[in-house]
Design a binder for this molecule. Sequence first.
Ligand SMILES: [Zn+2]
Length: 656
Amino acid sequence: MDKKVRINELVKEINRHSYNYYTLDNPTISDADWDAMLTELTKLEAETGYILPNSPTQNVGYEILKGFKKVNHPAKLYSLDKCNSYEELSNWLEDMYNKWGVNEFSVEVKYDGLRILAKFENGELVQASTRGNGVVGEDVTKQVYMINSFPKAINYKDHLIVMGEAMIRNSVLEELNKHSNEPLKNARNAAAGAIRNLDLSVVKNRNLDLFMYDILEVNNAELKTQADVHKFIIDNNFASWDYFKVTNKEGVIKAVQEIDKIKNSFDIMIDGAVVKVNNLAIRDKIGYTNKFPKWAIAYKYEAQEKTTKVNKIIWQVGRTGKLTPIAEIEPVELAGATVRRATLNNYGDIKRKDVKINSLVFVRRSNEVIPEILNVAQHNSDSIDIVKPEYCPYCGTKLVEDGANLFCPNKISCNSQVCQKIIHFCSRNAMNIEGVSDKTIELFRDKLDVNSPVDLYYITREELLQLDSFKSKKADNFLKSIEKSKQCNFANFIYALGITGVGDKTSKDLANTFNSIEELMNASIIDLANINDIGEIIAASIYNYFRDTRNISEINELIDCGISINYNRKVIKDNQFNGKNVVISGTFDNFGRVELTEIMENLGASITSSVSKNTYALLLGVNAGSKLDKAKSLGIKIIEEDELLKLLNLSKNELK
Ligand SMILES: [Zn+2]
């Protein structure tokens, strides 16, 4: 394609997306894709020397909204120079060190919000404004007044302009989207759209936070470093995200890596880390380029979010019969992996987000979760509605609708449900039967007529060896694993049943409350709902599960085929060890290590391997190692065997 034609195209496209993003706060493309287009344009402009007057490389597409008063900023608000690799970051740090002798830097998170300036006189908020185009912003004083968590009066009584970002916490956004007909596209635009809104109730309802990180003007000679500024901000009750470090150039790289590791656990969206020369006087010497301060740099993390096209929807049927729509998408590189599929949770989710086939959507990848479609970026002329399925794609049974969900009611012979149920039964927190994949179960279903978990226990070695993929070693391993699973803990057994709403944690709670499976089966809804952390819905789900005769006969069959459940003894709560961390060290005359661990666990203690300030007591046997010194130095309670016997109210004779 002719380069000039491409330039015209890019300018038009980028300007359209910029307008949607900056002026309407309604993004139609991910930041990563926008950046990519801008990079391509910059490169083509450099190659050809052909630069359009309205090129986004010449200005930022930010328009002051009508209805807002303009605010002239006291000085130009710079943005930060950015880098994407540790090599670039390291070069910058070396540069600061070699040219200026600087080896003390601050590291903070880079908020992905809307930049706000707040002016205080005599300790009171007098004006707040957006960054706007860096020279002129919008007056949003009234809007900022609506932010509950932002202090309108502070201790510091002199002139002050403090700078930060308006944000919506992820948890708040999730909550808002649960109750709104039109979901907000992302935290950044939800915050920006609230602040830049003349309807003040919108700001109030969106529950914003303002995180402050810098000071533009202040008459305070005591502030000499970024660390002082950070402390000043906190001392005056402004919000600030709980990550701030001052370190040397090696430490900077470590800190930036550390933030990358933990950022997905934050309740706010950050898109990078900001590194600054800590000393303010040295910064003045280092100075600015036309666009950026030379004494700071932003490290941008890989995008967690991209835009891509929906090609097709596949309906998966889980072990409870629930249908989950999975979108096959045009493959995108996202946080270091190629993403081809993204979930849409349920049919209600599709409707709410208005997702259509052939539409462009935002896809986000986060830790340990399969990528999710957040919402629509834009529909295309060939976008088509996703049809609500009427029949199960696996067994053809007519589906049942319950709220936002569709269910296949065919619990007995729906292939997908049966497979998923067996896979769940074999999983690690359940019966922990190794070497079982989706493919294996399908094979077992197909060739060995395995239709329920209990059928696994009747598979013979001869049968396995008939299967192409099973050689003798694999067959033996499988049978060994099956045999081993017959000795199982009560909590794992409960989890393996796959009762709707009963996960790992609830299974443990149930196992700790009831003395046997019979007791659990006979529990009333009230008994169940009385357990901490179990609500009425889950209680009813458990109760109903045990009222279904098919489930009862399945449990009986499992017991009949030789499964033996190890019950926990009930935890005795009324004692000093309940809920405490206890360390055991050395050998004991009256107890084996395993036995003592079990006794302590029955008293509600958690046994940990090393002594720390969170340790409640050290149980001290003979030949204890360094743990004794550590416990002494931390002033932790030390209990020797004689005293322990007394505490446990047991005599040596009773134990033998
Ligand atoms: Zn089905």
